[in-house]
Design a binder for this molecule. Structure first.
Ligand code: AMP
Ligand code: GLY
Length: 429
């Protein structure tokens, strides 16, 4: 069969690597892809914003399934338009994708269905928003309702900071994403990500991961798309996983179905594991990046039948197998990220790095030119490794990084610290 994958990041390279390994796949095409994806797939230029152009390409090239990596095209209704044209697509419809596309929508769904989440209110004007924030007191969290490329959340430590965030959002600082905002209580606990594969009725737990959102060691510096991750997340043991499914994921699926928008695709729950139990911070309607990279390394089963089962409503008796090892990924980014950075610097030593035992390198923002690999984005490479422990996976990833020659790049040196501290306290069974 023929599969079209949309996207260009490390998440899509990991998906391409896993999809290309499936014996079911004859041809994998990726638009637009990157230099690493080009080793797994035919990369093409395609105007993804034009749903008609994507559908026409699929018809002409006998595409059996379209797999959409990022949230933008999902929230824009690409799945709806492809399905209407008779093309199978993996992921939620436009209405179902509001779980990520509108924070207010997701919060209201939680309120109506008793899904544990931070106390909140929605606002369309600065005056009432500030009054609510003052009544609750700092610290408090201010969120733009719409998609804001990771910049839509301000954890305000003081009332001045909260008011500045409210003014920035209503002042158009985040464009249309900030026409409406959510103000909510700050949750205390350990953050983790929980992934489920859904078919409208059934959700099967994929696995868990922990991300490192801050740019610098010790969780310092500005927020980024994610500087590294590992899987599984030890804070979500089997009992906690069962609670997340029963208290958060399953009620969400039931509610989406009841409103006539059954949820299909990957449901990514950003969670705070609090003293009272798991609480939903936010939903995403796609795989995380870089969490997808560590999930794909640990997935033993063929991914492709699972993608079809999600699309076709056939997950009920589906089973996915995972390697018991830990997987960890360290993101190499261009100096300056998440602020301004230069493109075009040369990266060397990737083959030597990839030869370290257990290591797999996914490209996030690269292009190939005259036989060289050039940096072409903020997040550029994901150096991933499997290990019997997170500590071993971490050692392998950093050993590989030591072989990469790229003076214009940087990475965090402490990815996995929380899990490694826990491993040292509670040595593995
Ligand atoms: P994102 O929306 O992915 O940019 O991430 C926002 C980040 O802000 C989360 O990963 C949390 O670390 C933090 N955050 C958002 N909402 C809350 C909350 N209610 N309580 C505590 N932390 C939060
Ligand atoms: N790594 C966070 C995200 O994909 O949203």
């Amino acid at each position: 069969m023929n599969i079209l994958l949309l996207g260009s990041g490390g998440r899509e390279h990991a998906l391409a690597w896993k999809i290309a390994a499936s014996p079911l796949v004859d041809h994998l095409v990726c638009a637009p892809g990157n230099a690493g994806i080009a080793r797994e797939a035919e990369c093409i230029g395609l105007d993804i914003a034009s749903h008609a152009a994507v559908a026409a390409y699929c018809k002409a090239n006998h595409i059996d399934l379209v797999v959409i990596g990022p949230e933008g095209p999902l929230c824009a209704g690409l799945v709806d338009d492809l399905e209407a044209a008779g093309i199978k697509a993996f992921g939620p419809t436009r209405v179902a994708a509001q779980l990520e596309g509108s924070k207010g929508f997701a919060k209201d769904l939680c309120r109506v269905n008793n899904i544990p989440t931070a106390a909140y209110e929605r606002f369309r004007a600065a005056g009432p928003a500030k009054a609510y924030a003052r009544a609750r007191g700092a610290p408090i969290v201010v969120k733009a309702d719409g998609l804001a490329a990771g910049k839509g959340v301000v954890v305000a430590q003081s009332m001045a900071e909260a008011e500045a965030a409210i003014d920035m959002m209503f002042g158009g600082g985040l464009g249309g994403a900030g026409t409406e905002i959510v103000i909510e209580e700050l949750l205390q606990g350990e953050e983790a990500s929980f992934f489920a594969l859904c078919d409208g009725d059934t959700a099967i737990a994929l696995s868990t991961a922990q991300d490192h959102k801050r740019a610098f060691d010790g969780d310092q510096g500005p927020n980024t798309g994610g500087m590294g991750a590992y899987s599984p997340a030890p804070v979500i043991d089997e009992a906690m996983s069962a609670r997340v499914s029963a208290e958060i994921i399953e009620p969400t699926l039931r509610a989406m179905k009841a409103m006539g928008a059954p949820y299909k695709g990957v449901l990514y729950a950003g969670l705070m594991i609090t003293a009272e139990g798991p609480k939903l911070i936010e939903y995403n309607v796609r795989f995380g990046d870089p969490e997808c990279q560590v999930l794909m390394l640990r997935l033993m089963s063929d991914l492709v039948p699972a993608l079809f089962a999600s699309r076709d409503g056939q997950l009920k008796s589906f089973d996915l197998r995972w390697y018991p090892e830990a997987a960890l990924t360290v993101v190499l980014a261009t100096k300056g990220y998440p602020g301004a950075y230069a493109k075009g610097s040369v990266i060397e030593g990737l083959d030597q790095a990839a030869s370290v035992e257990g290591v797999e390198i996914f490209h996030a923002g690269t292009r190939a030119e005259a036989g060289k690999i050039l940096a072409d984005g903020g997040r550029v490479l994901d150096v991933c490794a499997l290990g019997s422990t997170v500590e071993q996976a971490q050692a392998r990833a950093y050993e590989a990084i030591a072989r990469i020659r790229w003076p214009e790049g940087f990475c965090r040196r402490d990815i996995g610290w929380r899990a490694i501290e826990r491993e040292r306290r509670l040595p593995a069974k």
